[in-house]
Design a protein around this ligand. Sequence first.
Ligand SMILES: Nc1ncnc2c1ncn2[C@@H]1O[C@H](COP(=O)(O)OP(=O)(O)O)[C@@H](O)[C@H]1O
Ligand SMILES: N[C@@H](CCOP(=O)(O)O)C(=O)O
Length: 322
Amino acid sequence: MDSSMPKASVRAYAPASIGNVSLGFDLLGAALKPIDGSRLGDEVEIRAANAYSLEVKGGFAHKLPADTKQNILTQCYKHYLGQAAKQGHQLEPCAMVLYKNLPIGSGLGSSASSVVAALDGLNHFYGEIFDQQAMLLMMGELEGQISGSVHYDNVAPCYLGGLVLMAEQAENIALNLPVFDDWYWVTCYSGIKVSTAEARRILPQQVALKDTLVFGRQLGVFVHALHTGDRKLAAAMMQDVIAEPYRKALLPGFDQGRAFAMQEGALAFGISGSGPTVFAVCDDLAKAEKINQWLSTHYIQNADGFSHICQLDPQGSTAKKV
Ligand SMILES: Nc1ncnc2c1ncn2[C@@H]1O[C@H](COP(=O)(O)OP(=O)(O)O)[C@@H](O)[C@H]1O
Ligand SMILES: N[C@@H](CCOP(=O)(O)O)C(=O)O
């Protein structure tokens, strides 16, 4: 056993994220922060205990399986302790509380938020055994257990903050890109559930040559435009030729939402992750407010839905002793 049992409890927060950001299927992701100062993400509390336990609280706790063994946090705990044991650390158990604030199957990186809050919290609790790259690898693997394949476009921005491009190199999993601080990201969750695994299954395994060329051009030009500060060029690249043509059929009101947003001057509009959340990018707060209002009234389908005007969260997850 590691001789020093952690005494202080830890609380970790991990923000919602937009996977794909339209033009970067599985390769690009953005962390979100509502401009009204509210928090949009899961939180995890960790304290020393004689045996592992998990309690789930929060607005969307009732949507998760009652059996906590099926909660991804239990897999995070086992995986973290297993990896630590491989490095010679026999860690004492801990008790965890998950505040499940993000809706499940929403396209807001809900499972990623739980995974990142849990693993970042555990690493802080046990004295930062793993470095950032090792943590990202673990986060990707755990997220992959849920969605059916390893993709970092939610866990990486959620952990690192900002707008993140996946490099997937051993020592360089993800790269933070420059961002436009004056862009607003209106983010509207309709309230219905879309399973990420299912939304991946409906995609064709082969992509047509013409779409592959558009995909490559857009991603390359977008990164160039971010580095040169060319807002117009960057926005023009934000089209999804990979998933949106297939997935939008799962999203009632998607085409109307896009038509309204673009008519009101949005720079781009797309599906957040696998949906049903949609996002509109604006360079003007008044436009963002109008689109936020319209989506709240017309895109939301039930009482679970919500809409926020966000900016990118530059910080990503946070873990601190409490
Ligand atoms: N802590 C958790 N947070 C979110 N989903 C979880 C968690 N633990 C287990 N799950 C399960 O993982 C699946 C997540 O579905 P998914 O469509 O990937 O959601 P999301 O896209 O919002 O991350 C659901 O079946 C859910 O019950
Ligand atoms: N790149 C993934 C992103 C899934 O995001 P989620 O928030 O819906 O889990 C995909 O498009 O499948």
